[in-house]
Design a protein around this ligand. Structure first.
Ligand SMILES: Cc1ncc(COP(=O)(O)O)c(C=O)c1O
Length: 386
């Protein structure tokens, strides 16, 4: 009897399960406040929409080369020049179908079945699931308040001693914690990887969304890292499924060969639209100012509601909050909060199988009015929640 593969037996993404239940409640007439999914409430910026319309007017949307259109890759090179003062050769830039496809391509090009790749817990769940589905071994390294939720060379070296690592993946700003790794700490990690012969992968998808701290690309320290980025978050283009990678020279051709067969090319319409995104800075900064208002509101009100443990929200658009004052199981807490208070947020086990039951992630990428109403509802519901 045929059966589904063992590699497909990955954990479900709880944020999406919460979304499904929230949608079902909405279909029954409930008014749900969405704080579960990490996506901007704003549409793609005006120049992106104009470029997409112009591309559609042109009529023909086809395949492109697997690495992406030269125009988009030039725009990405321009971004590194303008933002970081770096000259990144076009040959090392590859457009991808969202950063999600970037992870698949990077893992396939850099690692073999059975290789151990370190990620942090808490961390973005798809890292673990993609690694597992590809037959790689995710090595989850617990990070906490002692290192301000960042991976350090010492933690990496300890995991490497237990069993040799082939790669490590970090994000700054990170999901779900919102915390940042300082440029010095990022460089120390990159140096440690070079010394230990470990591939360093830097997920820079939340770059641009920094409120407190300094963002630096790993490309400033090394040309050996794999840098992954996307138009989904700062550029408000989740549904366009478009991102990019900057690769070390040795991985360019392997990634290109795999991309040709796995995806043929990223969607041309999205590529042409995304090439205009870097010209939308003012509009995007206005969107970011909205997140900053939401962040300020949450940081002011959540402690008064009894959330005594809030991780530092350096960047991204997430508040990772301890729930111990109210409950000891965030799965049950999230479910009750949704059913009784109409607030959808994501329970911590999505991001951290060990300590996640003590945490919830609240996304504040939505409208200010929604966030403000959610806080008021929490104030009303929490005294009844215990
Ligand atoms: C840290 C991180 N990396 C990558 C992604 C995937 O984004 P996309 O495939 O839309 O570029 C997400 C989405 O939430 C994320 O939080």
């Amino acid at each position: 009897m045929p059966h589904p593969s063992r590699r497909s037996d990955v954990e479900p993404f709880l944020a999406m399960d919460v979304l499904s239940r929230a949608n079902a409640l909405e279909a029954e007439g409930a008014r749900i406040l969405h704080m579960e999914v990490g996506q901007p409430g704003a549409p793609a910026p005006t120049p992106v929409l104009a470029a997409a319309r112009a591309a559609l007017e042109g009529g023909r949307i086809g395949y492109t080369e697997a690495r992406g259109l030269a125009g988009l890759r030039q725009a990405i090179a321009g971004y590194y020049r303008d933002t970081h003062g770096l000259d990144v050769p076009l040959s090392r830039i590859v457009a991808t179908t969202g950063s999600s496809a970037g992870f698949n391509l990077a893992f396939l090009a850099a690692f073999d079945v059975g290789d151990r790749v370190a990620i942090t817990a808490p961390g973005y769940p798809a890292y673990r699931n993609i690694l597992k589905a590809l037959g790689l071994v995710p090595v989850e390294i617990e990070v906490g308040a002692d290192t301000r939720w960042a991976l350090t060379p010492e933690l990496l070296e300890a995991a490497h001693r237990e069993g040799p690592l082939k790669g490590v993946l970090v994000a700054s700003p990170a999901n779900p914690t919102g915390t940042m790794t300082t440029p010095q700490a990022l460089k120390a990690l990159s140096d440690a990887c070079e010394a230990l012969d470990i591939r360093f992968i830097s997920d820079e998808i939340y770059h641009g969304l920094v409120f407190d701290g300094e963002q630096e690309t790993a490309l400033s320290f090394t040309n050996k890292a794999i840098v992954i980025n996307s138009f989904s978050k700062y550029y408000c283009m989740t549904g366009w499924r478009i991102g990019w990678m900057v690769l070390p020279e040795d991985l360019v051709r392997p990634v290109e060969r795999i991309a040709q067969s796995l995806y043929i090319s990223p969607p041309e319409l999205s590529q042409r639209a995304a090439a205009a995104a870097f010209g939308a800075r003012d509009e995007l900064e206005a969107v970011k100012a909205g997140y900053a208002r939401n962040r300020a509101l949450l940081l002011e009100r959540m402690p008064t509601l009894g959330f005594t443990e809030l991780l530092p929200v350096d960047g991204a658009f997430y508040l990772y909050a301890g729930i111990r004052p109210f409950a000891n199981d965030s799965l049950a807490f999230a479910s009750r909060m949704l059913e009784e208070a109409g607030i959808a947020a994501t329970p911590g086990p999505d991001f951290d199988p060990v300590n996640g039951r003590s945490y919830m992630r609240f996304s504040f990428a939505g409208d200010h009015a929604v966030i403000a109403e959610a806080v008021d509802r929490l104030a009303d519901w929490l005294p009844r929640a215990g």
